[in-house]
Every structure is written in structure tokens, then in C-alpha cells.
Design a protein around this ligand. Sequence first.
Ligand code: IVH
Length: 709
Amino acid sequence: MSQLRSQPVDALSRAEAQQELEALAQELAAANAAYHRDDTPEISDADYDVLKRRNADIEARFPDLKREDSPSEKVGGPLAEGFSKITHEVRMLSLGNAFSAEDVTEFDARIRKYLGLAADAPLSYTAEPKIDGLSLSLRYEDGDLVYAATRGDGSIGENVTANARMIASVPQTLRDAPQVLEVRGEVYMSHADFEALNAAQAEKGGKTFANPRNAAAGSLRQLDANITKARPLAFFAYAWGAQSAALADTQMASIERLAELGFQTNPLTAICDGPADLIDHYAQIEEQRATLGYDIDGVVYKVNELDLQARLGFRSTTPRWAIAHKFAAELAWTRLDAIEIQVGRTGALSPVARLQPVTVGGVVVSNATLHNEDYIAGRDAKGGEIREGKDIRAGDWVQVYRAGDVIPKIADVDLTKRPDGAQVFEFPKTCPECGSDAVREAGDAVRRCMGGLICPAQAVEKLKHFVSRGAFDIEGLGAKQVEAFYHDDQLRIKEPADIFTLRERDAAQLTKLKNREGWGDKSAGNLFDAIDEKRKIPLNKIIFGLGLRHVGEAASNLLANTYLSWQAFEAAMIEAGAREGSAWEDLISIDGVGEVMAGSVVTAFAQEAERASIDRLIAQLDVQNMPERDTSGSPVAGKTVVFTGTLEQMTRAEAKARAEALGAKVSGSVSAKTDILVAGPGAGSKAKKAADLGVETMDEAGWLALIGA
Ligand code: IVH
């Protein structure tokens, strides 16, 4: 694993978040390839989860920074060459993770909310071990195994039929099965078989495996099925894909049916009545973990009623109706040498603990987040005590842990080991980078440097953001270069516009890029060309590149697609600076633009220095207008829909999710921009307003018919 991230997600600036998402995408892609394609993992599963979780946390905080190649949208890894490909009729998905009892309670609450169930309404789940192997889909037609496929990227897997036929617990034929049935489950290797295989491999000088999962994967994904035959693999069935008829109407009964059909199913599968029961079963399974004889890495919970599963449906790669509750974090004690402060792009001051390196869960940790000044002082956001009120000081003996998060945290302090004279940590009230006041606004846990563009830390972070992938993405000018150029007295790249005057200044002998180490005529010329190439740039990239607080890629696209040209955008933002009137109303009525974001954009245009800097940039560019929107496609694509009154067949959340999945925009209030009002019983003022405005109005049944549900 590369460097551990030491900044808490809530202190990351946008540029930092974006850079980190890029790094995470690369790291996870490499890890995926090593694990899925090459069966030779480079990082532990726990570390992988930690990276995925970190990625998800950053995406949750900056939804608009989510990358097109986001690891959270990916299941599995690239396909190996050599196997033919099979397209899964029903995608093979992954599971969301829970790391604490609280996560489990939230999972249950989310489901109830989505389904519109009261907290005390009965809702049962299955709980079963999460097998640490690799998933396999077995397709049976008329009772015969016709093919077996690995998960691959979730849509397309590898055809491993010949190999799957070698697994004793994979039936070749089924009796009394639906005409089409895809059975899904996990291929794994028991501890005993793994030891024996490794011993035998070592004996004959063959490849040995790091753990049973890799051994299972390496054995299944053999081009020569005779090798698979010699390997002791087993298969647990726990799910299904395409089927011509349902097996049963609950998860549990379906699993029982699979057992009757001849599949091995996990004996620890149980029905649980709610979060408390789930957590209880989790604890029981965890207790047995060491004696099971095969690896498990958590417990999977699934909504038992299949019609509820169907209503809950899926997010992009994970079902809403299931979650994997992973086994817990690891702990270690070490010495905290110093507390340092880092300054991000938006000026957030983030305290970081520098630690005596210590191994936690297989990873050497030397930094940990301290979150914010309250956390160091032993207080939570509401002024309550954390760690029984114990503060954290340089020199302290601290307990470090890593839960489902890449950043190690400090859980506890051992006061008996506190050195004499250890000083209470004084959180700086001025920015350590530029000396400006660092202000903590009411209700904000974070203290921020007020230096704006004069703060070198913020300026550098802004430049890094400007040249990042989703923004200007200038070849040869990455985060490292802009940081170096910022500090170079001759190159003087202090703001984005300076990048575009570099060639001119160089020609006029004002700068001498080629005099810098590592630069010559050719490379300097290439860089100037790469910069010139980006003068012609679409509006959305510019808006994003400005790095305004709260304005990520998705928001930049929304803004660009609304205003279409720089002139229109700038004029509107200046006018909206009054925070009232039609320009402001138009801005905040864009679905996806809230008042906070709108406020941040108009503030930038209202600040003289910032606007001057933006104008200098625009003067260097040839801004490309956005194309007018194409609204063809699904019957409701691009339409703005409002739901009101009582919906009887679905909850609001469900209605919204479905409409959005079809490309509609769901808004909370009726306006002239509304295309369709779906009004259930009890609809009041919104229905009236829609009628006044002549907005098309239909009932729930009409809506369901329109979308073909
Ligand atoms: S259910 C749509 N149940 O964990 C949900 N998955 O992290 C399908 N896994 O891709 C998965 N044991 O390879 C399910 N009892 C279990 C499992 C299990 C292991 C694996 C499976 C899945 C991955 C998700």
C-alpha cells in the first residue's frame, strides 16, 4: 500500500480530495488487477477495504468529484486473457460494507425509510458468513450445467465452465429446477486443503499461495482444467442470477431450495428480526470464525422477503437490500512524537499526529488524523467528552486503530505513560503557512485560514486543482510541477492565468524554463504546446477548474449546462451576488445547486481580487460554449418531475430513485420549469399551482404506466 492518508476526509480541500480520488482510482485498479486477474494480491483485503472506504467517504463528501472511472462503480477487476468471455444476463454485484453496530442500525433504518416501514414494523433478514473466496455464476438450462462464469467486471466474466465441472460441490445436473437457473456463490479452499496444496507445491518447486482465497482463485482460473481437477475447491451457494421461475418467496426459503437441489449452503445462515438480532448473530459467527476451517471476513445481511428486495433494488454496483458487516479493526499502541498542522485548498487547518512507526493490521502507520481542535482537547462537536475527556499531547502514548477507513485514528491515551512536562496542545489561531487569522465559524468544527490567495498553501492547492484531471489536465503539468513552479522566483506561476503567459514570458527572456533542472528546449516547447492546447476549453471545465468551494465536477456541469456561455454565466453570477432577485432565484432553483453552493459561487465573483484573477484567466482562453441539451431518449429523460400527496405503491425515496434512474429530474416544488406533477391522494397547494401553470398532472398509476413499470 502506498502512503497512508493522514488527513481526515472532512478536512480535505477539494483539490486534495480530487487528487486523492485519482490516486485511489489508480491504486485500486492496480490492486484489482493483481487480485482478480493475476491472483497475486499486492495489498491485504483489509487494506483494500480501507482504500475503498476512504474512496467512498471522499465521494460522499464531494459527490461531484466522483470520477468516471470511480472504483466505487467497479466490481472486480480486468479480465485475464485466455478465457472466453461470458456476458452475465443479470449483473454480478458487490456489497456495501458495514463496520460497526451503528452502521447496521443505519442500514436497517435506511431500508425502513425507503420502504415506508415504521420502526417497529416486522422486517426480517438473513445473516450468513461472508465467505472469503471468489464468486462464481453457474448457469443451468433444463437442469444441465451449461456454463460457469467468474464475476469479472460484474457485467462480463470469464468462461471457466470446464474448471467448474471439476469442483465436487458443483452439481452437473439438477432435478426439478426451473428451466433456466443461474446459481451464484463462492468458490473457496478450506484451511486444511490450502496447507496441503502449499506443501505439495513447495515440494515440487511450484507456485505457493499467500492465502486460501488466492489459492482458490489461482486454481479455478487455470487454462488447463486438469490442474483445477487436482485442486481441492469447494462451492457455497448463496444467491442467484437469471431464473425462469422464482425458487421461493424469501431469501431463506430460496437457500433451502438450493440445498434441496444439491448445492452446499452455509449452515450458519439464520433468520434475524432486526439490527440487535443481526449483531448478536454476527458475534456468534465471529466467535466461531477460528474453528470453521475456511476463511470468512464478515457476515452478510439480506432482507428476507424477496418482493421487498425487488422494491429496494440496486444502487450502481450494490443492492440496497444487503450489506456485508466486516470483522473489526486492529489496534496498536505507540508514541506520538508531534502534532502538525496541514493547510488545505479551502484553508482548513488539519491536525496530524506524527507517530513512532507501528504496525497496525499489517500496515506500518506513522501518521494519524487528529480531526480538529476539539478532538485533540477530548471533546466532541457538542462539547461532550470523548476518551473520558483526556486530551492528546506530544509525547503521549496513544492507541492507534484502523477501522474501515484508510486514515489511522487515535482511539485512546494512556495517561500513566504521559511524560512529565508534556504540554497541552495549543491549536494555532493563525495560519502556519501565511500567518493570516485562522477563524472558526460558529457551527464549524474546522478552523480556516482567511488568507485566501495570499496564503501559499491555499494558492498551491488551488493551482494543483486547476491542472488536475477533471479540470485543465495539462500534459506535463501536474501537481508536482505547479508546486515547484509556484515557488520558482523566475517562473512565478502564482495563479492559473500565469500558466498561459509562460510561453510569452519565456520568449521575452523573463523566465527561463529550460534552465531549470530536467528541462531543455524540447521539453519546454512541448509544455508550451500542451498549455496552448488547453486554451480552447469547454465552459464546464473552467467552472470546475476555478476550484470554488462546494463546486465539484457535477455541479460545474449543471452550471455550465444552464448558462451555456461564459458571458452568460459571469453576468448571472455577478447579478446573483445580491442574493435576491431573479438571477439568484434562477441559480438556486437549479436542481442540485443549493444555497450554500450558490453562495460560494457568487462570493467568488463578488470578491475583487478573486474576480480579477478569474478575468485574467478568461482573457487567456477561448471558451467553448456548451451544446444545447438533447432531450430524446426515455419518456421522462430530462423532464422535471414533482411528486406530491400520498404515494401508495412506493415511498418518496423509491419514486425519486426510479425517476432519476430514467433520466428525470425530481424537484420538491412546482414552478414553470416543472414538466410533470404526479399527485397522489391529499395533494394540495402543489396540485393547484400546477393547474394554474398548466403543468401536466397525473396520478401514481398514470406515472407508472408512463414509465412502463
Ligand atoms: S451476496 C447482490 N452472500 O462478497 C449480492 N456475497 O463483497 C450478491 N460473498 O461479490 C452477493 N459471501 O463474492 C453474498 N454469503 C454471501 C457472500 C458473498 C461472500 C462475496 C461475493 C460478493 C462479495 C461482495
